[in-house]
Design a protein around this ligand. Structure first.
Ligand SMILES: Nc1ncnc2c1ncn2[C@@H]1O[C@H](COP(=O)(O)OP(=O)(O)OP(=O)(O)O)[C@@H](O)[C@H]1O
Ligand SMILES: [Mg+2]
Length: 170
């Protein structure tokens, strides 16, 4: 089974496509941790997951509400953003360890919530490849996606993704 998969996404739509594959294939209980700097593409990836789940509700940034719920797709999707939270007690109150039950949990800025997040998860590190991200306005600046699976469920999900996307050898 796969542990890591490295993909290059030339534009935002390609990043969404990887997210959509997660949305189509992830079993209930899947946790996806989305890590990367401001503007890296975490919410773009989450939009793809929503599309893959055929969620009818628009996926946007949960920065101010902390957690958005999209409950009408193939599986319920919960989308949290820990950017504004530096208080681990507050993060614990969000109940992220339970939020994936029966559905998919996506967490942006997971490094803020270390210790409060499930150990079994798919970690997605998104890194801009261009020095100049002024092309962002065109939604077309390459990103590297490094996906790392922890736990068997995430590993078989990663196998699925590897079968669909041409992997650049790590
Ligand atoms: N290859 C790409 N993949 C993803 N997004 C891209 C890519 N190229 C350009 N973009 C643009 O980069 C921006 C990513 O914004 P997004 O809101 O997803 O970032 P974020 O990581 O969620 O940031 P934040 O930490 O502020 O929540 C979008 O405007 C998107 O169109
Ligand atoms: Mg975001």
């Amino acid at each position: 089974m796969m542990r890591t998969l490295r993909l290059t996404c030339e534009d935002a739509e390609s990043t969404r496509d990887v997210g959509a594959a997660v949305g189509r294939h992830a079993p209930a209980g899947t946790v996806v941790l989305l890590q990367g700097d401001l503007g890296a593409g975490k919410t773009v990836f989450a939009q793809g997951v929503g599309r893959g789940l055929e969620s009818p509700t628009t996926v946007n940034s949960p920065t101010f509400v902390l957690m958005n719920e999209h409950l009408a797709g193939r599986l319920p999707m919960r989308h949290a953003d820990l950017y504004r939270l530096d208080d681990l007690d507050l993060i614990a109150e969000l109940g992220l360890d339970q939020a994936a039950l029966g559905g998919i949990l996506l967490v942006e800025w997971p490094e803020r919530g270390e210790g409060a997040l499930p150990e079994e998860h798919l970690h997605v590190q998104i890194t801009p490849l261009a020095d100049d991200i002024s092309e962002d306005a065109l939604d077309a600046s390459p990103r590297e996606l490094l996906l790392t699976a922890s736990g068997e469920q995430a590993e078989s999900l990663l196998d699925n993704l590897a079968a669909q996307f041409a992997a650049v050898p790590a």
